[in-house]
Design a protein around this ligand. Structure first.
Ligand code: SAH
Ligand code: SF4
Length: 380
């Protein structure tokens, strides 16, 4: 493991700067609204998207296709504020992890997984998570706050900058919402960030290259169906309610039958799309032949792919990972029933960069108030 501390840039530019509106997190629709209020035409939104996200320019004075008057006005009322790195780590397998500072008390992690032909960025949507899945170290940290859309897209903005500086032209090719937090419990900020990822004038990623992973917050899955067409991964982890209640407590509120129905609806009007089901392999808990057979029956009529995730341990974890032989057998049973599965390679072990190991920096744990009941966060 190589750990590189980086200089922390001084917090903002004082109170007046803090009151400025941050354009980084605004998608096209939000920017058009912003410029309409300034009496400007909608095409200003495209110009800003190109400058900020494609050309990575944060200084309005350099945005030469805006009139001088508009540049001055923007200087006055707006800013493009980007996250600051606190720590930069590189794993022996090439995986990289950054701790990005959001404010005085909070930081989150973003992980880059380079593979031949693709660079996948795993981003965070919340500081911590309130859902307490029993095998997840983020859940064990508690929940502090939602990220703003600027803080979410800022992770991609930042990592693209690192890649481009190291190798001109290199950019993140795929984004997965599989870092810290439950993205559907921060729907209002995650959706504009996902729109920015897909916008041709910003990052131009195809809907297949942006994947949201959820533990199954059904009301927001239903809303998502009308709001976006990005790819969906669902953390199933168990084929029956009794076991899933234990592993993924939000299942008590939204049991498997309701979850599956919402997933069917999500792909109903999206031809050639399928759901990715995540299934963490826990030794002696959810990895028997019977579990595999039950799982294949459950998913029989849904276009599916199963992603078997070897459990990543962390201090205090109460599980062990299934053996390689068990994972192979599980996968063969699924295949015999016609269910495609892949086994995720564990990456970034030596920097705690793998799924469920991200802990960021969650200082204030007092806001955890959702034990076994997500109703308080299902709103808006
Ligand atoms: N909250 C979302 C997305 C973040 S977690 C969700 O739960 O889907 C991304 C994936 O990592 C999920 O499938 C999650 O269940 C899995 N995960 C969590 N902890 C893990 C661990 N210790 N080992 C392996 N996978 C884990
Ligand atoms: Fe939250 Fe996902 Fe971890 Fe569950 S697995 S505690 S939903 S981050």
């Amino acid at each position: 493991m190589k750990s590189v501390p980086v200089r922390i840039v001084a917090e903002g530019a004082g109170d007046s700067a803090r009151r400025k509106v941050n354009l980084l997190g605004m998608d096209r629709r939000a920017l058009e609204g912003f410029f309409a209020e300034l009496g400007e035409k909608p095409f200003r939104a495209s110009q800003i998207l190109k400058w900020v996200h494609a050309r990575r320019v944060t200084d309005f004075t350099a945005m030469t296709d805006l009139s001088r008057a508009l540049r001055a006005r923007l200087e006055d009322i707006a800013e493009v504020r980007v996250p600051q790195p606190v720590l930069d780590q590189r794993s022996s397998d090439g995986t990289r992890k950054w701790l990005l500072r959001l404010d005085g008390a909070n930081a989150v992690e973003a992980v880059l997984i380079p593979e031949p032909g693709r660079d996948t960025l795993c981003i965070s949507s919340q500081v911590g998570c309130a859902l307490e899945c029993s095998f997840c170290s983020t859940g064990a940290q508690g929940f502090n706050r939602n990220l703003t859309s600027a803080e979410i897209i800022g992770q991609l903005w930042f990592v693209n900058g690192v890649l481009a500086a190291e190798e001109p032209g290199r950019q993140v090719t795929n984004v997965v919402f599989m870092g810290m937090g439950e993205p559907l419990l921060n729907f209002r900020n995650v959706m504009p960030a996902a729109e920015l990822m897909k916008d041709d004038h910003a990052y131009g990623l195809s809907k297949r290259r942006v994947t949201l992973s959820t533990s199954g917050v059904v009301p927001y899955l239903q809303r998502m169906a009308g709001a976006t067409d990005i790819s969906l991964a669902v953390s199933l982890h168990a084929p029956d309610d009794e076991l899933r209640n234990e592993l993924v407590p939000i299942n008590r509120r939204y049991p498997i039958a309701r979850l599956l129905e919402a997933c069917r609806q999500y792909i109903a009007d999206k031809p050639h799309r399928r759901i990715t089901w995540e299934y963490v392999m826990l030794d002696g808990v959810n990895d028997s032949d019977d579990h595999a057979r039950q799982l294949s029956r459950l998913l029989r009529d849904i276009p599916s792919k199963v992603n078997l995730i070897p459990f990543n341990p962390y201090p205090g974890a109460r599980y062990r990972c299934s053996s390689d032989a068990r994972i192979r057998r599980f996968s063969r049973i699924l295949a015999a029933a016609g269910l495609v599965s892949t086994t995720r390679k564990t990456r970034g072990d030596d920097i705690d960069g793998a799924c469920g190991q991200l802990v960021g920096q969650v200082k204030d744990r007092s806001k955890r108030r959702l034990r076994g009941d997500a109703s308080a966060t299902v709103q808006g």
